[in-house]
Design a protein around this ligand. Structure first.
Ligand code: COA
Length: 394
């Protein structure tokens, strides 16, 4: 009999500061409603200088390791498009910070915002091969665009950690996926840049084409019909994008995308992203967490997920929510991570942004700024040195 494989536990972390988008609207000379309503974004996480994808991923994952222990975790897959090294996997730093056993496989994966889904699917394959094996899947990113660009309003930062196992307690990955890959220059970041090159309008239209093509491939491979899904999750560069994507999905299925239907299908899943902003690889799973934390009981129901990564790769797949999943959720901790961010105005945001780490190879030590369990302490002789603020060895 086929083993059920999926998400056994899921946890969130985000950065230390948050800026209300009304601050950015003043600078950009637009009405705040362009961002609040037009993009569907209210705030964006701004990380402290001593926070990065490693500290956020470790902060999310330590909640899982503290609860389940580390012993069965034999693989750590970390997806990101804002990596800290061209060679060494950020997953190796996380393995050390969490005190995971050395008999662990630790790897970093990349395909823009799709990377988290690729990690989840690869993890499921490993668990199917050896059902005693647990995989820690981490999606962690800091979304940062050029100052004064259109994308600046969609910035954000977060990490989601998922423990993938046999007989999961939260959601079972359903068989079958709809896939789509096309070589498109809608968003990319050459090695010499710290911010992406973006054709925002093109990225919106390519995303919508990817929704259509991935859905058609899902249908062609015997997927569920639209009406069988109780809820929908999309990659959310900004929450309005999920509304556009869901409208496209409804339209190609002959359903009118009226406001009532869209709000009914999407309101729960957009709550956290509206407050955090884009978190690239993590964004789809921040949405899934928001859905699980806010929706009526979804026990036994199927949830559709559409993952999109510029460049581009997309995947449409389903998850079946496990009865009793609500006891596993960390709703209070997730809400607290978002609520406790320190508010910053535009000037402070620019200071934080401009306090970029030296890129000339010189050594430096950082002051402690964030409040998360891990921090980047220093860079010495080109090596990043991380520290735990609170030791959580299990
Ligand atoms: N009140 C309410 N809505 C307003 C408004 C106001 N005062 N002013 C503008 N809007 C609406 C617009 O009508 C538009 O809505 P629509 O998309 O439903 O037509 C929305 O706000 C955005 O306005 P627009 O002028 O299109 O935004 P922009 O050109 O400044 O930037 C992106 C939009 C997406 C191109 C930009 O945020 C970007 O480049 N983002 C990064 C890339 C990205 O996220 N891509 C998504 C796919 S991965």
């Amino acid at each position: 009999m086929a083993v059920a494989v999926g998400i056994h536990d899921i946890a969130l972390a985000t950065g230390h500061y948050a800026m209300d988008l009304a601050e950015l609207a003043v600078r950009h000379g637009v009405a705040a409603d362009k961002y609040y309503i037009g993009l569907g974004q209210h705030r964006q996480t701004v990380p402290a200088a001593d926070e990065d994808i490693v500290t956020m991923a470790a902060a999310a994952a330590q909640q899982i390791v503290a609860e389940h222990g580390a012993n069965d975790i034999r693989t750590v897959l970390l997806a990101t498009e804002t990596g800290v090294d061209q060679s060494k996997a950020a997953a190796v730093y996380v393995q050390e910070l969490l005190g995971l056993p050395s008999c662990t496989r630790a790897v970093e994966l990349k395909q823009a915002c799709y990377g988290g889904t690729s990690a989840l699917q690869l993890a499921a394959g490993l668990v199917h091969r050896d059902p005693g094996h647990r995989v820690l899947v981490l999606a962690s990113d800091i979304a940062k665009y050029d100052v004064d660009s259109a994308g600046e309003a969609t910035q954000g930062a977060a990490a989601v950690a998922m423990l993938v196992s046999a007989d999961p307690a939260v959601a079972v990955l359903e068989p079958g996926s709809g896939l789509y890959t096309a070589d498109v220059q809608d968003f990319w970041r050459p090695n010499y840049r710290t911010t992406p090159v973006v054709d925002g309008k093109l990225s919106v239209s390519v995303y919508l084409e990817a929704v259509e093509q991935a859905w058609k491939d899902y249908e062609a491979h015997g997927g569920r019909s639209l009406g069988e899904f109780a809820a929908f999750c999309y990659h959310q560069p900004f929450t309005k994008m999920a509304y556009k994507a869901h409208s496209r999905l409804l339209e190609i299925n002959g359903v009118a995308p009226d406001r009532l239907r869209l709000d009914a299908d999407l309101a729960h899943f957009t709550v956290y992203n509206r407050m955090i902003g884009n978190s690239y690889t993590a964004s789809l799973f921040v949405g899934l967490l928001s859905l699980l934390d806010h929706a009526e009981d979804l026990s036994g129901r199927s949830v559709a997920l559409l993952s999109y990564g510029s460049g581009c790769v997309a995947e449409f797949f389903g998850m079946s929510v496990v009865p009793g999943y609500r006891e596993r959720l960390r709703t209070a901790a997730n809400q607290a991570a978002i609520a406790r961010r320190e508010p910053v105005g535009y000037e402070r945001y620019r200071q934080l942004r401009e306090a970029e780490l030296p890129e000339d190879g010189s050594s430096f030590t950082l002051e402690s700024r964030g409040a998360g369990p891990f921090r980047l302490h220093a860079v010495r002789e080109h090596s990043r040195i991380y520290q735990a603020r609170r030791l959580i060895r299990v």
